[in-house]
Design a binder for this molecule. Sequence first.
Ligand code: ARG
Ligand code: ZN
Length: 881
Amino acid sequence: MRTDTPQTIRRADYQPLAWTVTDVDLHFALDPAATLVRSRLTLKRNPRAPAGPLVLLGDELELVSLQIDGRTPAAARITDTRIEVDLDGDTATADIVTRIAPAKNTALSGLYTSRGGFFTQCEAEGFRRITWFPDRPDAMARYTVTLEADKASYPVLLSNGNLVGHGELADGRHFARWQDPFPKPSYLFALVAADLAVNERRITTMSGREVLLQIWTETAALERTGHAMESLVRAIRWDEERFGLELDLERFMIVAVSDFNMGAMENKGLNIFNSKLLLATPDTATDVDYESIEAVVAHEYFHNWTGNRVTCRDWFQLTLKEGLTVFRDQEFTADMLAAEGGDSARAVKRIDDVRVLRAAQFPEDAGPMAHPIRPDSYQEINNFYTATVYEKGAEVIRMLQTLLGRDGFRKGMDLYFARHDGQAVTCDDFVAAMADANGRDLTQFLRWYSRPGTPRLSASGRYDAAAQTYTLTLAQRSAGAADEALLIPVAVGLLGADGRDLPLTLAGATAPGTRLLELDAAEQTWTFTGVAERPVLSLLRGFSAPVIADLDEDDATLAFRMAHDGDPFNRWDAAQRFMERTVLGLAADAAAGRPLATPEAFVAAFGALLADDALDPAFHAQALALPGESYLLERMTPADPAALRTALMHLLRDLGKRFAADWLDRHLDCRVAGDYRYHPRDVGLRALGNLCLRYLCAAGELAGFAAAERQFAQAGNMSERLGALGALVHSAAPQRDSALAAFHAHYATDTLVLDKWFALQAGAWRWDPAAAPTLARVRQLLAHPAFAATNPNKVYALLGGYFRANPGEFHSPDGHAFWAEQIVALNAINPQVAARMARALERWRSFTPALQASMRRALETVAASEGLSPDVAEIVGKALA
Ligand code: ARG
Ligand code: ZN
């Protein structure tokens, strides 16, 4: 592990490579304890770069030998992480032999072992943990890879591209040789050597080529690959239809691995997936898992064009591929849902995405890790695979599509590929293609790439009854950049007294419902004419820009929009705003020791929403679910997690009790007959049915406990089973512990399903005030035989479930001391995982003074610990700065 003092890398310092690699020939003699890697690099002087030495990067490598053009170089400058050699002429060949220890690689970056097989993860800088190389995305080369291993233990040998040779060797060993025809950066290199089985299918692409699709897993899990295969085929079709992009390989492989730091990885032709985002059967995966798997399979597939064919010049451009590819997978999922569930299903997807943005990205953008979607500097690039780069990045791409229209956006994509196929480029290149294809100046829009923080949007409207005009003034504000306005697309509607959209006439042109305004100054005014009655404003429809809209609507206006807003996103958002106001009011009362009473205006509006039978179940479930706790915590000054938890419990109980009969009726109405289908209608019914159980059980309703117990016992699929179990666990139900034990017994040997069992308990609220703090249970579970600190999924389930998903229990002096102890332990095993968990305390300055004190102590303990990785050092360093 690298433990040098953190270095800051700056975007402004980019220099092209003096020496590029055109071809790489790799040979692996695979052995868990000592793998020998022979590498031959064909080098070429870069005529477009200033003269300089050949620079090779390494991390935890044992250099066995280095030769240039067949001779040991006289004056190579070699450190633990860098080799520099001065070369003459314009071409050269480097032969490098390196020894590595995959079985000791618990960081899971580079080449490592997992359950008896070899796997790689090279993004962002893992390749330099395999061999010495110019390990940066602008070094694109052609790879030939030979894998050699014991045949009995590793019968399957895979790498990128096409299989060009294989055969037997002495001593029970065998080999396979792979050739990737497409030049690629080293972060897209992959190899797998393991005992795996395959699910395969042949399809014909849009130009009539036959291609082979393969999903590789351990044999026992093969039956769980069907949904991923269906998802892959749908993703391939969608990219052909929507963007005219075709699979460019003869074979496309996906491999499942149990130990993986992130979700999945788009290695060229050989995607590697965290098994939790690939494997599903109705009995082991929830509806949410099915949706995530479809989205991530598509996401990684889409990278083949947005990321692999056109890649990033440097890691500051990460959002070039990630923001764009998240946008593409969001659009894919929306289209898939809409095909079966119509526009309402599409709106539900939008709501889901915005929930994630608000819960994860808004807090990030208001804390010490705040950065523009294209950062200006970083210490450890692995810390910048963030909600900002991914989710806000996707919102920025979405705004481009909103401004240019679908057709204009497609024209921009076409030009982007026409110009840059096979290149490593920047975000400016992408926006330039959009601008040039549409004849539009997007200079101002580019400010979105360099602006940290969440912009605020405010609106004030004035109705003139005599003139029948409505004058709308919009204003924007970004922290620390008041003089440079962003270009913000703002979709607006006006509601009449009957709740319907009024036609919108602006400068003589009339639109039926929603109108897109382009706010490009600090403040701007529009006057709508022919407005026959005093309207209610519906601002930022469909969440047309990633901003916080400050609306000072009174309760009656919120209730009105909650009942009538013609834009489903905004109807949901009105409910969220009313809930937020209500919860934060209750939390303030709780903090001040006042008695809690839910405002009747809110109860009435909520009751009306609950009673609305016209709503699609999936939307109904979204509309009746309270905002996420982490989002609410972020909206609270100072953040007081205990008071917030008290308020949330009060509100869930109160709404559960007051509407007990309605919840029970609706729960019964939501039963789905027949075999499990992953279909938006059924998914929506299950989500709503489970939400009803949540409210009923929170309220302590005996009929609710009984209904949950019944559903748990009779469940035909994981969504029903886990929904019922979750309702019982999030309550004081007497059945709680026996249900948890039954679930454990049923899935005792299923490590993926046990992650749900860990997460549920770590995230449990204390509904019974006499119960022990959740921390006691978390400590017990750390010692459970199924837990392993070396497995990221286990850590994310148990520790993530506690640190991140359970703020009301976690934030206490004991919780914070436990956090410090666990971060130090994880840091020694896996810096990336440790850094992700470490981020749970970065917003410490926004908490109450008492909590700030124990948080600061915990952060200082970690900062002062021995052997801190750059990953964790950056997080705690920035938090304390
Ligand atoms: N490119 C992958 C994806 O989003 C994620 C890889 C993350 N790797 C990392 N070291 N942070 O599809
Ligand atoms: Zn990605």
